[in-house]
Design a protein around this ligand. Structure first.
Ligand code: NAI
Length: 481
């Protein structure tokens, strides 16, 4: 029986391996992690991450051919293929701080693999890593191998949170990069055979190691670039009276451009886009390509601009002050159908409003209060580091922030409400009831274009929708970014 082990039971390791176990019943899959609470949660009825369809997959295979364990060394020792899906945060200190990927977790995983292995193994990079990381990992493994043969493959993950299970069942493609040697090609074939259980072979792309590593960074940079493009356009729409939804539709029907990823919003978030672009920028700079680096920097700058522009719009619309005013925040996750808050635009918007002395009442259907408080107190990039760094005290903000359990409670007595995540339930709220319970004039700031602005204006709200023609009230109070 082939044995697979995955180091890192996070948003990628957990769902990816659960689907692999389901699709390959004759393969034993162990997902291991140094975090005991995370593994305990994977072994419980309340999984550590919210992802539609995940519970069902885990229930079908856990205890049969899918196991979650903290016994990292035992499972690495026993396995034929080791996936490494640990975090690859942005460095916070030293050379490349604020841009380069911090490979501390990766390196310690590689050294441990070398230490415990007694048989040949294929080591698969599942984490998103800088180009040529495989080379460094290869060196660590080979120099500590005691004669054991290791083959390194790059197999970046393209799933999107919120649709991870669907994406894993039907990936657009699976990408496998390996060495151009006989042993390298054999390793590629072995991994290809695993995916071929459910992915058509013509959708399994095989490349060299560096192309696979770079393709993942490139794909995320292209996706984020589309969002920043439409968001830059949204600012111009507001200034000119154009409607960004109409513009995006007209642009997206061009088959060369396509309609996906053209929704204007308060900004992109998630653990990957910013981190991977920063990493790409650093690699360009290290390779003496400042013009290429500056091109990608602009994608992040526009995203920051969009978040601040939104928060400024809230303040300027409410007579240029939100001091002591109650503002309801509907949605904190970085997008719907996930509880993930990493780099969510809600953090920047809330922090900006808190700095202006607003009182926030936050509601998100999936995010726990503790997480929200941590997020609002954490320094940039700390979220992706090990637990001790994340034991942060939520001082200062605590009296300005309340976390509540439904949208009606959040909006009661509020002066304004901000929609920051596009949860479906926000579309069907009883806005008449909300209006009646809010202070007047009552403002809605829709950062995701989910509410029916026409209907809300009829009720009496002053409505701001990203990239849409402005209410006369808002026109008189331009937001300066
Ligand atoms: P995560 O933070 O949810 O999970 C990483 C896990 O690795 C943590 O549970 C941590 O405790 C564990 N870990 C760290 N060092 C370890 C070690 N030495 N031994 C055992 N466990 C260790 O991260 P996530 O989101 O799963 O991402 C993992 C990688 O996949 C990152 O490189 C990310 O960029 C990439 N990725 C993430 C996607 C996403 O949507 N979240 C999508 C595609 C790629």
């Amino acid at each position: 029986m082939v044995k697979i082990c995955c180091i890192g039971a996070g948003y990628v390791g957990g769902p990816t391996m659960a689907v692999m176990a389901l699709k390959c019943p004759e393969i034993e899959v162990a997902v291991v992690d140094i975090s005991e609470p995370r593994i305990n949660a994977w072994n419980s009825d309340r999984l550590p991450i919210y992802e539609p369809g995940l519970d069902d997959v885990v229930r079908q295979c856990r205890g049969k051919n899918l196991f979650f364990s903290t016994d990292v060394e035992k499972h690495v020792f026993e396995s034929d293929i080791v996936f490494v899906s640990v975090n690859t945060p942005t460095k916070t200190q030293g050379l490349g701080a604020g841009k380069a990927a911090d490979l501390t977790y990766w390196e310690s995983a590689a050294r441990m693999i070398a230490d415990v292995s007694k048989s040949s193994k294929i080591v698969v990079e599942k984490s998103t890593v800088p180009v040529r990381t495989a080379e460094a990992i290869e060196k660590i493994l080979i120099h500590n191998s005691k004669g054991i043969e290791f083959q390194i493959l790059s197999n970046p993950e393209f799933l999107a949170e919120g649709t991870a299970i669907k994406d894993l069942y039907n990936p657009d493609r699976v990408l496998i990069g390996g060495r151009d040697t006989a042993a390298g090609q054999k390793a590629i074939e072995a991994l290809k055979a695993v995916y071929a259980h459910w992915v058509p072979v013509e959708q399994i792309i095989c490349t060299n190691l560096w192309s696979a590593e770079l393709s993942k960074l490139a794909a995320n940079a292209f996706l984020a670039q589309r969002i920043s493009s439409v968001n830059a356009m949204s600012a111009l729409c507001e200034a000119t009276g154009a409607d960004v939804t109409q513009v995006a539709h007209a642009v997206g029907t061009d088959s060369r451009i396509g309609p996906k990823f053209l929704n204007a919003s308060v900004g992109f978030g998630g653990s990957c886009f910013q981190k991977d672009i920063l990493n790409l920028i650093y690699i360009c700079e290290c390779n003496g390509l400042p013009e290429a680096a500056n091109y990608w920097k602009q994608v992040i700058k526009v995203n920051d601009y969009q978040k601040i522009r939104f928060a400024n719009r809230v303040v300027s619309s409410m007579f240029n002050t939100v001091s002591g005013k109650k503002i309801a925040i509907l949605g904190f996750a970085f997008k719907k159908d996930t509880g993930d808050t990493r780099e969510t635009p809600a953090i920047d918007v809330c922090n900006r409003l808190v700095a202006d002395k607003a009182k926030l009442r936050i509601y998100d259907p999936q995010v726990l209060e503790e997480q929200i408080r941590k997020d609002l107190s954490m320094a940039r990039f700390d979220w992706d580091h090990a637990v001790p760094l994340q034991q942060i005290k939520a001082e200062g903000i605590s009296e300005q922030v309340e976390v509540v359990s439904d949208a009606y409670e959040a909006t009661k007595d509020a002066h304004g409400l901000c929609v920051l995540t596009e949860w479906d339930e926000f579309k069907s709220l009883d806005f008449k009831k909300i209006f009646d319970n809010m202070q007047k004039p009552a403002f809605v700031f829709d950062g995701r274009n989910v509410v029916d602005a026409v209907k809300l204006r009829e009720i009496g709200f002053i409505v701001y929708s990203i990239g849409k023609p402005l209410d006369s009230w808002l026109k008189d109070m331009p937001a300066v970014a």
